[in-house]
Design a protein around this ligand. Sequence first.
Ligand code: HEC
Length: 112
Amino acid sequence: MRIALRCSWLLLAWIAMAVAQTPAGNAENGKKVFLKQGCARCHGTDGQGGAGARLAPNPPSTAALIKYVRKPTGTMPPYLSQVTDAELADVRAYLASIPPPPAVRDIPILNQ
Ligand code: HEC
């Protein structure tokens, strides 16, 4: 019993380490995957949202994004073997690289 408990702690620590070491991802490849897999059709080319939720700027963490894509809780279709975790880490890097839109007060035509 003790040993089993200790083993599960070890396993938990190992998982935590694996999650912490999730690679930062390659934004350029992430954009390709985002377009190729059709994420952009629902989430917009720049992740600005549309039929799907807004994903950029400030996307969910890599772990949360992968978890959601594998097992969505709403109307989004699940993606299983067609996209790898590494590709999704790249998608997260792409979404994180998108700059926020300018504030309304900084767009002259909206301030006349
Ligand atoms: C058919 C439309 C559609 C496609 C294709 C799609 N999504 Fe979604 N996605 C949605 C919708 C709608 C939601 C909002 C929650 C829901 O209903 O599932 C969502 C939610 C999400 C969320 C959760 C956002 C949050 O703030 O919690 C993530 C992350 C996400 N999508 C990523 C992706 C990625 C990455 C892809 C491509 C591999 C993708 N989606 C493809 C429609 C789509």
